[in-house]
Design a protein around this ligand. Structure first.
Ligand code: RFL
Length: 403
C-alpha cells in the first residue's frame, strides 16, 4: 500500500486498537470503555455472523464473577443455567460427580458463546463503543516502535490503517496478531494430542441432566447441554475425517452405541445442524507481548476443547489486560502491563495441564500393542480412582469448574 492510500484514513486512531470481536475482544473493549479509555474494535465478520457462531457453552464460576463485577452479566443471569453434574460411562459401569459438593463447590453456567458475544456486543454498542465490522486486520506494524498501527482491508475492499498506542490481538489463532510477530519474537510451544472429534450441534433437547463422558472401545462420545432444545455431542473420529462423511443415521447409531443407551436409556433425537471436525491440538505463545502488541484469548494460546477452558481463559486474560492498559494509559503505571504475560501464562499452563489430563482420561492410549495395553489399564485405574477417591474428586472438581 502506498502512503497516499494510507493518508485517506490517517484520521483513524485510538489509544487501544482491539482486533477481533469474540469473547476476548468484547470483554476487553467493554472494560476499557467503562474505564474511559479510547478504544476501537476491528472485526472481519459482520454483526450477524458473530452473533450466530455456535461454539463454547460452559462458563466457569470465575468467568461469571468477571462478567458480574464488570456489569456484563445481565443476559447470563436471565438465560444461563447452572450446571454441576458430570457422568462417566465406562466399560466398568457408570458414575456421577456432583462437583457443587466437591472441591471449592463451584459450578458451571451454561450460556452459549454466541449469546454471550451478542450480550457483550449489545453492552459495548449501548455504551457508545466503536466496532468496525467487515474490517479485516492485515498486519500489526511497528509494534516495537513508538507508533504502532494496524493495516486493514475495509468493507469496500480498500486498504486502511489504524494508528494506536497499544494493539490487542484478540483475533484467534489464525489472526493478524500472530502473523505479525517477527521470527524469534516469541516462542511457540505446541502439542498435537493425536485425537480428533466430530463436533455436532443437534436441535434436540439434552438427553441427560449431566455432562456425559462415554468411554468405549470404539472411541469417546460426549454429551453437553446448550439449551432446552439444543445439545452438543462429540464423537471421537479418525484424523482426516470429512464432517459430511457422517450421515444423521450413522451419527445417532454411533452415539447410542458409545453412550450405551441399551443399558442407560435412549438419547432424545433431533436434526444435526452443525458438524465440525476438531483436531485436538494445543499451543501456547510465550511471552504474550511484543512491544505494544498483546496477545489475548485463542491468539495467546489454543487449548483443546476437552476441558472447556478456551472461552474462559479468553475472558480472564481480557480482564487482566484491560486493567493493565488502564493503569498504563490513565495512571501512567506500566507495571501491570509488564506483568501481563507472566500472570496469564500461569493460568494458561494450569488449564493446559488439566486439559491434557482430561484427554488422557477420555481416550484410549495409542501406541504399540504392549505399551498401549499397559497405558489403557492405567487409564481405567485412573477412572476407578476418580470414582472412589474423595481426594481425587476434590482435585477434579477444583480444576474442572475453576480456571
Ligand atoms: P474468537 O472467538 O475466535 O474470536 C476471534 C474474532 O476475531 C475475528 N478475526 C478478525 N477480525 C479482524 N481481522 C482479522 N484478521 C481477524 N481474524 C479473526 C473473528 O471473526 C472473531 O470474531 O477468539 P477469542 O475471543 O479468543 O475466544 C476464544 C473462544 O472462542 C474459544 O476458545 C472457544 O470457543 C473454545 N471452545 C470452548 N471453550 C470453552 O471455554 N468452553 C467450551 O465448551 C468450548 N467448546 C470451543 C468449544 C471451540 C470449538 N471450536 C471452535 C473448535 C467447542 C468448539 C467446537
Amino acid at each position: 500500500m502506498t502512503e497516499s492510500q494510507y493518508a485517506r484514513t490517517a484520521q483513524n486512531s485510538a489509544d487501544v486498537v482491539v482486533v477481533g470481536a469474540g469473547p476476548a475482544g468484547l470483554v476487553l473493549g467493554n472494560i476499557l470503555l467503562r474505564n474511559g479509555i479510547d478504544c476501537v474494535v476491528l472485526e472481519r465478520a459482520d454483526s450477524v455472523q458473530i452473533r450466530n457462531r455456535a461454539r463454547a457453552g460452559f462458563l466457569a464460576a470465575n468467568t461469571v464473577r468477571i462478567l458480574e463485577r464488570n456489569g456484563l452479566d445481565e443476559g447470563l443471569r436471565r438465560r444461563g443455567q447452572e450446571h454441576s453434574v458430570c457422568e462417566f460411562r465406562t466399560e466398568d459401569g457408570r458414575f456421577r460427580l456432583d462437583y457443587r459438593r466437591l472441591g471449592r463447590g463451584e459450578v458451571h453456567t451454561v450460556h452459549p458463546q454466541h449469546e454471550l458475544v451478542a450480550d457483550l456486543l449489545g453492552h459495548f454498542l449501548e455504551a457508545g463503543g466503536r466496532v468496525e465490522f467487515r474490517t479485516e486486520a492485515v498486519a500489526v506494524c511497528d509494534a516495537d516502535g513508538p507508533a504502532p498501527s494496524v493495516t486493514v482491508r475495509e468493507q469496500d475492499g480498500r486498504p486502511g490503517r489504524w494508528r494506536a498506542r497499544y494493539v490487542a490481538a484478540c483475533d484467534g489463532r489464525h489472526g493478524a496478531g500472530r502473523r505479525s510477530l517477527p521470527p524469534g519474537a516469541v516462542r511457540r510451544h505446541r502439542r498435537d494430542h493425536g485425537v480428533s472429534w466430530l463436533g455436532l450441534l443437534a436441535e434436540a433437547p439434552p438427553s441427560l441432566d449431566a455432562v456425559g463422558y462415554a468411554l468405549h472401545p470404539r472411541g469417546f462420545a460426549g454429551h453437553m447441554a446448550r439449551s432446552s432444545d439444543i445439545t452438543r455431542y462429540y464423537l471421537q473420529c479418525e484424523r482426516g475425517t470429512r464432517p459430511d462423511a457422517w450421515s444423521e443415521e450413522r451419527i445417532w447409531d454411533e452415539l447410542a452405541l458409545r453412550m450405551r443407551t441399551a443399558e442407560y436409556g435412549p438419547l432424545l433425537p433431533g436434526r444435526v445442524v452443525q458438524r465440525t471436525v476438531v483436531d485436538l491440538r494445543s499451543d501456547v505463545l510465550e511471552p504474550l507481548r511484543h512491544g505494544s502488541l498483546f496477545l489475548v484469548g485463542d491468539a495467546a494460546g489454543l487449548i483443546s476443547p476437552s476441558a472447556a477452558k478456551g472461552a474462559n481463559l479468553a475472558v480472564l486474560e481480557a480482564e487482566i489486560l484491560a486493567h493493565a492498559l488502564t493503569d498504563a494509559l490513565a495512571r501512567r503505571d506500566p507495571g501491570p502491563l509488564d506483568r501481563y504475560s507472566e500472570r496469564c501464562l500461569d493460568h494458561i499452563w494450569r488449564a493446559q495441564e488439566f486439559s491434557h489430563w482430561m484427554i488422557r482420561l477420555l481416550h484410549a492410549a495409542p501406541g504399540p500393542e504392549e505399551a498401549g495395553h499397559f497405558r489403557e489399564r492405567l487409564r481405567r485405574s485412573r477412572l476407578v480412582s476418580l470414582r472412589d477417591s474423595r481426594t481425587h474428586q476434590d482435585w477434579f472438581a477444583e480444576n474442572y469448574a475453576g480456571i
